[in-house]
Write a protein of this length. Sequence first.
Length: 114
Amino acid sequence: MHRSLASAGAASKPSAISSSARWPTFAPDAIERGVLGVASAPLILDRTALGALGLYDLQSRPWNDEDLHLVETFASVVTVVLCSAAKFDEQRRLAEHLQLWPSITGSSSNRPRA
């Protein structure tokens, strides 16, 4: 059994990758490229799906519960890292804006508070 790409919050349900009825475009392309095993987990923050983490295997093998737990854990870590990177970028842009404030206003005393 293999894991599907579709998921509602946990690592995906078992599904054969050769199921072209389920994935009419993906399955033939994946098999042509040698992908025989798939596991995925959503990247979710505050009930919002940000994307998905997909793992592909060139061998046909079952994904056991330990494998799926690892995929879910790694997806959680990836979500935190992506959100942290976005926050860092936001803070960097704010800092750049605040550095430009004196040249915009002509005075550092009117600097807005962050």
